[in-house]
Design a protein around this ligand. Structure first.
Ligand SMILES: Cc1cc2nc3c(=O)[nH]c(=O)nc-3n(C[C@H](O)[C@H](O)[C@H](O)COP(=O)(O)O)c2cc1C
Length: 171
């Protein structure tokens, strides 16, 4: 699948088949994160990948019992030291690479930004001083959601200079 096709057709998937992702495929998807660009190539983040059912249940508890967290094949938490200026950007690039590489391989994903960070850290043994930037679920899709609406390019892009208009940021 071409990159643009993956970007265009990807959807957040919140219902998964009860089917594990083969280890070699999961590693290939994680490789897409490893290859992501980062500020000064510092690669400041790390991932905890959860496949065990009980750990996923506990991770789901940290996410107000989101069913797609308990029911995914693999749950990923991306964390970093907040001392690194670009840690959130670098982590986001890595996670989006995972999402697109997964989609190309027929695996759905969903970003998870809503979680009790302290509880999640305790479940995953992530050091207190680090920050969990975001999490992601992965699994074989058991739904085919419609595309969510997006703003028009004309509402998002200004050529050469920003010229305020009715729909200008902050929106
Ligand atoms: C940073 C971030 C955090 C998100 N957090 C959640 C979440 O906690 N739970 C959830 O179900 N979806 C979450 N999403 C998914 C968004 O709701 C979804 O990407 C958006 O509605 C657009 O839909 P689409 O991904 O299918 O295009 C999050 C997405 C991003 C980028």
């Amino acid at each position: 699948m071409e990159v643009f096709k993956a970007i265009e057709t990807r959807r957040s998937i919140r219902k998964y088949k009860d089917r594990p992702i083969p280890d070699d495929l999961l590693r290939q998807i994680l490789e897409a994160a490893r290859l992501a660009p980062s500020a000064s190539n510092r690669q400041p983040w790390a991932l905890v990948v959860v496949r065990e059912r009980e750990q996923k249940r506990l991770a789901s508890k940290a996410c107000s019992n989101m069913e797609h967290v308990a029911g995914c094949a693999a749950f990923i938490a991306c964390f970093s030291s907040p001392k690194d200026k670009w840690y959130q950007v670098d982590a986001a690039i890595a996670l989006e690479n995972i999402s697109l590489a997964a989609w190309e391989a027929g695996i759905g994903s969903c970003w998870i930004g809503y979680f009790d960070e302290d509880y999640m850290k305790s479940v995953l043994h992530i050091p207190q001083d680090d920050k969990i930037v975001a999490c992601m679920t992965l699994g074989y899709p058991d739904e085919t959601p419609d595309a969510r609406p997006r703003k028009e390019l004309a509402d998002l892009v200004y050529w050469e200079k920003f010229i305020p208009r009715a729909s200008s940021p902050p929106f």
